[in-house]
Design a protein around this ligand. Sequence first.
Ligand code: FAD
Length: 608
Amino acid sequence: MEINNSNSIHTDVLCIGGGGAGITAAISARKQGAHVTLVSKGKIGNSGNTIMIGGSYSMDGESAKNYGFQKANASFNKDYLFEQIVKQSFFLSEQNLVQQYVDESPDVVYQCYQWGEQAKIKQNFFAPGGWMLSGHALGKALLQGLHETSGIETVEDTVIVDLLKSDDKISGAVGFDVYTGEPVHIHAKSVVMGTGGFQPFSVTSTNSDMIAGDGIAMAYRAGAQLADMEFMIFIPTALEPQSSKGSILPFLLYSSGIPIGTLDGEGNAIKIPKPMRKMAKGSELDKVIFNYYWSARLAQGKGTENSGLYMDFSKLAKLPGFIFNFGFKELLKYFKDFYKYGYYHSDDLFYFKKLMLEKKKMEFALCSEYSMGGIVIDEKMATRVRGLFAAGEAGSGVFGACRVADATTEMMVQGTRAGISAAEYAQKAEQPKTDEQQVNAILNKIQAPIFRAEGVNPVATIQKIHRAADQGFGSIRNEEELTAALAEIEHIKEVDLPHLCAQCKSPSYNYERLCALQAENMLTCTEAGIRAALMRRESRGFHLRSDYPQVDNDRFAVRILEEQGPDHMLMSERKPSVTRIPTPSGNEENVPEFMLRQKLKFKNASIR
Ligand SMILES: Cc1cc2nc3c(=O)[nH]c(=O)nc-3n(C[C@H](O)[C@H](O)[C@H](O)COP(=O)(O)OP(=O)(O)OC[C@H]3O[C@@H](n4cnc5c(N)ncnc54)[C@H](O)[C@@H]3O)c2cc1C
């Protein structure tokens, strides 16, 4: 494996990731006049979680009204959006980052809307200020933007494995082409990390399987800090039918207002108190609310054999047929705008209808949809490593313990800003000299799983990580299970990771090698998440501790941070930036009490 002229790229700004964050970063950096290279493990505009959305993107209602959308709700203005994001983060938002989100979203989001119109995708406006569309449509809109911006060099199907640094500054990255196995060395003055979040669990909630926390772990190895890694959004995800395992359709059905109940594994109904149901209605706050009550039942050991619960459709079967059929037709009508008639993504809605009516209950699990944690950035999207910027789900800081506003907006707003910052940085910087030793070390790392004659199976190792995360790092946690999960992760890191061996020795599309390289990244992210979850001896947002149910504002209104030490992960904590809304003091009995006290409410752009 050799680097030569044919596999070296020289650029100013390297954007990594073919989702919304990477694409918007590439566009804005190019508009600043920089030479830009956009590299993605999957297809650009057709990989990562951007194309998985349920889905919407949005701005505040007042700005939408000013752009001429008459149905917008102007009272949902920037101040309101700011306040709600901060409160719904359970006061862990970096308020300077929220300000950037709120201030810069109207122009960026409107631009995306225009690309969508150019690309002739279907996008429907909903109050207060956003558009519903499918993930593939959003991908097409972003591609339209990319194609309208001439001069961006694009490299697909190429995995970046590690960043290069010289004199403490970013100098590029090294990776390889997944199909040919050929290495690639990119010399760059600055890098934007737009590689998405991480997802270490076995059932993947329609998450793209490329999302292994690569960028988060690469930034960590390069000296960046991570934060909020304990916070993951969990939502109801199908365990059956087998063909739809991982689909978020149960969540969409449950939150649509159709009369569906939930049962534990013993068949007992799970009641959600009226004030909380009221708060959940029409808002993504439903995710954190339902997660609380369902997880509590799981913590009592009352889940199904698969640690799941049941959606209870018995009320549907009792409805007069014409009402059920009317509701179902409405659902078909709604999805028809975005997917093939009768389908949501690849889920056959008629099959679901049959299940709902005949089987009357359906098993689901709480699975992760979004990771709030990631690389620590400032409002220019700069990390503490000179020349390294991050955006979208790879970053952290806007949503703290709970996200309700759109992550799609976050990826575009931050991507656009990161591209500008990275281009400005590159314009002032010299290209640092390459440290050949670092390049060779990365090349050796890429080759190691193929060169080893024998060792540990990488695919089985990924499954081991999943099992550890499932058992200790799921939607409700306690000291004992977290400690056991951490011990297992450390064991895999020390005993298995150094010996990962691909049985298949072909350099071209070698899935085992890919798993071996992803395993290291997944271990870093999962270790950071579990360590932070252990440190946080309270419950807050999506982090639920059955042994510490209180929300402890006096002790834990802090972000927990990780950085790479000489031989282990270093943990620290600090208060988030507060520019406008002070953090409350005192304790709340539990997460719902906190939400009621803060009078949380939110309206997302959706049919809900
Ligand atoms: C099922 C589901 C539904 C969702 N619905 C919504 C919704 O309705 N509204 C909303 O706001 N949010 C939603 N989200 C969240 C939202 O989709 C993501 O937060 C957002 O799309 C992240 O965008 P991103 O560009 O940061 O990362 P991604 O879109 O995940 O893109 C990451 C990119 O990085 C590339 N990559 C990864 N590793 C490497 C590497 N080593 N080298 C090179 N390239 C790499 C990948 O190929 C991919 O192209 C949903 C998420 C899921 C899973």
